[in-house]
Design a protein around this ligand. Structure first.
Ligand code: IMP
Ligand code: MG
Length: 181
């Protein structure tokens, strides 16, 4: 099956994303001002974004991953399940938490709360996409690459039913593709 034919519109090309990420990395590097940072990437959606972003950040950083799932009831994500926790100690460290997209806000808010209990020196959040129209809980990410409208996007790590993560661009899925999976 060819993924490309399932895409209605390409929103961000690989070049667009690369340029924006370089800008974001520069801002992060300036803000942390030479401090060491622990990058925590929320799997699976942010794995491509994280790997591209960190290569533009010239700081002494370490990387860890947390894998969570949220069980949705209707349109609202409910309880958060941790499939894989951290493998490092973040006590007294500067933490930068990275996710692919903030929609209802539940995932990032809950993961931030869980990590805050481990007493990091600071904790900030960074997302590739912010969908303000989806917000159900109060949550503002510290770093946002793009604000997006009220549509479902895939590619560059973002999935629909675990598919399309490997598309090199970000696009809107065709209605027909949603029903055929
Ligand atoms: P939240 O908890 O509602 O903020 O949801 C965040 C998670 O929902 C993301 O990590 C994605 O896995 C998923 N999500 C929300 N909107 C989209 C979208 O437009 N495309 C792909 N995944 C999305
Ligand atoms: Mg997902």
């Amino acid at each position: 099956m060819n993924y490309l034919s399932d895409i209605k519109e390409i929103l961000y090309s690989p070049r667009d994303i690369d340029e924006r990420i370089q800008g974001l990395a520069k801002q992060i590097q300036t803000d942390y001002n030479g401090e060491d940072v622990v990058i925590i990437s929320i799997l699976k959606g942010s794995f491509i974004f994280t790997s591209d972003l960190i290569r533009y950040i010239n700081l002494r950083l370490t990387i860890d991953f947390i894998h969570v799932s949220s069980y949705r009831e209707g349109m609202t994500s409910k309880e958060l399940i941790i499939n894989k926790g951290l493998s490092s100690n973040i006590n007294n460290k500067h933490v930068l938490l990275i996710d692919d997209i903030i929609d209802t806000g539940n995932t990032l808010k809950q993961v931030k709360e869980i990590l805050t209990k481990e007493n990091p020196l600071s904790i900030k959040t960074c997302v590739l996409y912010n969908k303000p129209s989806g917000r159900k809980v109060e949550m503002v990410a510290d770093y946002v690459a793009y604000d997006v409208g009220n549509y479902f996007i895939v590619g560059y790590g973002l999935d629909y039913n675990e598919k399309y993560r490997n598309l090199p661009f970000v696009g809107i899925l065709r209605e027909e593709a949603i029903t055929k999976i």
